[in-house]
Ligand binder design. Structure first.
Ligand code: HEC
Length: 352
C-alpha cells in the first residue's frame, strides 16, 4: 500500500472559501506592488489585461471552459451529461455548455445551486481552467450522480454475487491495479451487447448496465470499482474503499486513480492495454507481474477475437473483453456438445 495522491484530500473540500458568491478582486493587474500608475495603465487596456479579471461563477451567465484536453467536447459530455439529468443527457442541448472544440463556454446558472457553489474561478483568470475543473468535478461528482453510498446499498440495487448464473464473472490481472480484479457483468447485458453487434450496431450495452470490479489482495476485497451506463451513452464511475464507503480514489498500487477525472483518461481514450491487446495470445508481464485473463485456455478463440476485435473497437467505452470471452465460453460448450439449443442459435446469430 502507499499514501494517496496529495490532491485527493484537497479536492474533497475544494474551493469552499469562494462558495456562495464571495467576490474576488476584479483585475489581476491591481497589484499594490506595481503601483497606481500601472493600475491606471491596466484600466486603459483592460481587454489586453486578462480579459477583465476574475469571473464570479455564482452570478455569471457564462464562463469559458479551458480544459486543455485532446477532446474537450467528449470529456464535457461524459462528465456534465451526468450533471444535466439523472439518466444522463446532452449538456449542450440542455444549454449547460455551448461552443465547440477548444472554445467551450459553461453556463453556470443552469447548474443546481449546491453544485455551482463549489465552482470558482479560483486563480482569477476569467475562465475555468484544468485544475479548477478537476477540483470541482471531484468535489461534486458523487452528489451530482447520486450513486449508491455504500457497497451494501449497491448490492441491494445490483445483487451481484460470485457463482450466480445471472452474472458473467471473470478475473483479470490488468493495468488498473496490481490487485487481482474480479469483474461481474449481467449475463443479459453481455448478451444484449453481442446481439447489438450482430445487428451491426456495435458492442453496445443497454442503458442501466452495471459492471463491477472487485480488487482482491490475498483473496480479500480491498476496494470495488464500478461503471454504470447512462442513457446518454456515457458511463458513471465509482470507487468504494475497503470499508465499503464511496471513496475519491483507488488506494491499491501502483497509483491512486481519482474518480471520475482519471477514470475517463483511459476509459474515453484509445490507448490499448494488456492483456487485451495480445488476446487471444498471451501478454507479456507488466511491472507488477503477469497480465492475464484467468479463464480456461479453451476460451482463447481466434474466431471470436477476430470477429469482435473488442478492445480495439471501444464501441461503448468498455475496455475488457467480456463479449469475446462470453462467446468463447459458449463456443467451448458447443465443441463439447454441452450447449443448449437456445445458445447454439445465439452463436449462429452472432456469426460464430
Ligand atoms: C490506466 C488506465 C485505466 C484507468 C486510469 C482506469 N481504468 Fe478502469 N479499466 C482499464 C482497463 C484496461 C480495463 C479492462 C481490463 C481490466 O479490468 O483490467 C478496465 C476495466 C474497468 C472496469 C470493468 C469494465 C470495463 O470497462 O472493462 C471498471 C468497472 C473500471 N475499469 C472502473 C474504473 C474506475 C472507476 C476508474 C477510475 C477510478 C478506472 N477504471 C480507471 C483501464 C483503466
Amino acid at each position: 500500500m502507499f499514501s494517496m495522491d496529495p490532491r485527493t484530500p484537497r479536492a474533497s473540500g475544494a474551493n469552499n472559501g469562494y462558495a456562495g458568491g464571495v467576490s474576488r478582486p476584479k483585475t489581476v493587474c491591481a497589484s499594490r506592488a506595481r503601483g497606481w500608475l500601472l493600475g491606471l495603465l491596466c484600466l486603459g487596456v483592460l481587454a489586453g489585461c486578462g480579459g477583465g479579471g476574475a469571473v464570479d461563477v455564482q452570478t455569471a451567465e457564462s464562463v469559458p471552459l479551458r480544459l486543455d484536453k485532446k477532446d474537450p467536447e467528449r470529456l464535457v459530455r461524459s462528465v456534465l451529461g451526468g450533471y444535466t439529468a439523472e439518466a444522463g443527457a446532452d449538456p449542450f442541448e440542455a444549454g449547460l455548455v455551448s461552443g465547440e472544440g477548444d472554445g467551450l463556454t459553461l453556463h453556470p446558472q443552469k447548474l443546481a445551486p449546491a453544485i455551482r457553489q463549489q465552482l470558482s474561478d479560483a486563480d482569477g483568470d476569467g475562465a475555468i481552467g484544468p485544475d479548477e475543473w478537476t477540483d470541482w468535478v471531484e468535489a461534486t461528482y458523487y452528489s451530482a450522480r447520486g450513486l449508491p453510498a455504500t457497497v451494501a446499498a449497491l448490492r441491494e440495487a445490483v445483487p451481484y454475487a460470485s457463482g450466480d448464473a445471472a452474472w458473467f464473472e471473470v478475473e483479470v490481472d490488468g493495468v488498473m491495479t496490481a490487485a487481482r480484479r474480479r469483474l461481474f457483468l449481467p449475463v443479459t447485458a453481455v448478451r444484449a451487447a453481442l446481439e447489438a453487434h450482430a445487428r451491426g450496431d456495435g458492442l453496445m450495452y443497454p442503458a442501466g448496465t452495471w459492471i463491477i470490479g472487485e480488487h482482491l489482495i490475498d483473496g480479500e476485497v480491498v476496494e470495488t470499482t464500478v461503471k454504470h451506463r447512462r442513457e446518454d451513452g456515457y458511463w458513471d464511475f465509482a470507487v468504494y474503499d475497503g470499508s465499503g464507503a464511496l471513496a475519491p480514489a483507488t488506494s491499491t498500487e501502483p497509483r491512486a486513480l481519482r474518480t471520475p477525472t482519471q477514470c475517463t483518461g483511459c476509459h474515453l481514450g484509445q490507448k490499448l492495454f494488456e492483456p487485451e491487446k495480445s488476446w487471444p495470445g498471451a501478454a507479456s508481464d507488466g511491472p507488477f507481474g503477469p497480465r492475464a485473463y484467468h479463464v480456461p485456455d479453451a476460451w482463447r478463440s481466434p474466431e471470436a477475437a477476430a470477429l469482435f476485435n473488442e478492445h480495439a473497437r471501444r464501441d461503448d467505452g468498455v475496455l475488457g473483453l467480456y463479449g469475446t470471452l462470453y462467446a468463447s465460453q459458449l463456443l467451448t460448450d458447443r465443441a463439447s456438445g454441452a450447449i443448449s439449443p437456445e445458445d447454439a442459435a445465439f452463436l449462429d446469430r452472432l456469426g460464430l
